[in-house]
Design a protein around this ligand. Sequence first.
Ligand code: PMP
Length: 347
Amino acid sequence: MECNKRPWLNEIKSYKLPSKPPKILARLHMNENPFPPPPPVVEAAYKAAQQGNLYPDPERYWKLRELAAKYYGLPGPEWVLPTLGSDTALKLFFEVCTLASDATFPFPSFQAYPHLASVAGTKMIYSNLKIDGNKFVLDIEDFIDKKSSAAVIDSPNNPTGSLLVNEETLERVVNAFPVVLLDEAYGEFAPYDLVRKVEEFKNLVVTRTMSKAFALAGFRMGFFISNPEYVDNVSKLLMPYDIPSMTIEAAIAAFSYLDYVKDYINYVNNEKRKLYGKMEELGWKPFQSYTNFVLVKAVKDIVKMFKERGVMVRRVPLGDEWFRVSIGSPEEMRIFYETAEEIAKRL
Ligand code: PMP
């Protein structure tokens, strides 16, 4: 490369999405909401598309920030920066907060972190999660002992589904590191979230997304949330029209359909209860989850066996016998259980 002020980029592989089998019967590897957004949300995006010749309206952009602040219980729009999915919010954090330094992460955690960290020349330090019965837990003493210039924690955690911090342990983490990112992509599925703690801790950033509970993954709507000075500084890395008007309008409309979110969460919780039972019947071990997916310890080569049968589940970096399965539509769940039974019987 001729122009590259980040020589480390030459050593990093491009971020690849999982390959597709010839025929997908159940798409359970992306933690997507299997249902389309409410019709009025799609309608709002469609109306915006009809004015796609115009740049996004700054007033509507600030309306979105206001609604997001209200939804997350924050004092005002200056606390919440809209980004293209929370992936972009994470990217901003790595570019501004950990550039060419180091950061501590749980292991396992969201698989985009190593990519985003290495692009920002950030050294990753890991603290291994521990298994406690049917859940994964953060070893808080070990985590805090790492003493790096930043900490990143996804709670609920991907891929384990566990809640890793509460009010008390979060406070210990923000006191131990200069800056802390709490990724609450699955915050809606948990019994509590900690987003409002940004008012108490100036060195805390929280990222949230509308990809999961609100079913807007394709629209790409996420938020970088922190104190207004910090949000303003980070916002300088974005350009005024970075968020498309279709995404702004879909997100604004989605904040009016909180019953949709509630119904989806109830659906996920009911399906998870069924899934725990079915996995145990097969002799596989499901882990407690506060997300829209479940981590399961099954048998060797399990992801490959599902994939050969058109059922997409996700490999996790814990070993060949583990898989992560998203809660899909009723039809996808039926196919998943049928396939799981067939695999278990053949062994
Ligand atoms: N954080 C975590 C923990 C995730 O699992 C994901 C997506 N699966 C994201 C962030 C990013 O999601 P999005 O960019 O769609 O907001």
